[in-house]
Design a protein around this ligand. Structure first.
Ligand SMILES: [Zn+2]
Length: 158
């Protein structure tokens, strides 16, 4: 979702979006973002809101596909990148601290900012549940063993 700077005429603009993206072979569903884009000064904005995410991944212990639901708070500063060599150094410095997103001079790519924020906050440990027992060996025990006696019984009953 693109938000054009010239169309922002309120001090506080409600924004919402939903989308999906791939990250390292995993699918991340951004089920919903609801927030506000606030004017913080000349060419300076503040994006704040709540995001609801489902990460489709594999459990680290049992390797089964699992979905992890996450709720995150988003709080970032957004500035259009001014195409001027006078400001270039200054803006590059602010970019390094990771809290200010420099955008296209014309518009904010909301989904792109949210995607980067979500990736930063994805859990390192992916578990289907906190008490996941790991790879289960039960299945081996449960498979019926073909004993010669059982085979004989089966023949008798025919
Ligand atoms: Zn598991």
């Amino acid at each position: 979702m693109k938000i054009f700077y010239k169309e922002i005429d309120e001090d506080v603009t409600p924004v919402d979006t939903a989308f999906s993206f791939e990250d390292g072979g995993e699918t991340v569903d951004v089920k919903g973002f609801n927030g506000d884009l606030m004017k913080a000064g000349e060419d300076s904005y503040y994006l704040r809101g709540d995001i609801s995410v489902t990460l489709h991944c594999k459990c680290d212990r049992c390797m089964k596909p699992t979905d992890i639901d996450l709720q995150q708070k988003i709080e970032v500063s957004v500035q259009p990148e001014i195409d001027s060599s006078d400001f270039a150094d200054e803006y590059e410095m602010t970019d390094d601290d990771g809290e200010i997103y420099l955008t296209d001079p014309e518009f904010i790519d909301l989904d792109d900012i949210l995607r980067q924020e979500v990736i930063l906050q994805l859990p390192l440990k992916r578990l289907c549940s906190n008490d996941c027992a790991g790879v289960e060996h039960k299945e081996e025990k449960e498979t019926p063993t073909r004993s010669p006696l059982a085979a004989l019984e089966a023949l008798k009953n025919k």
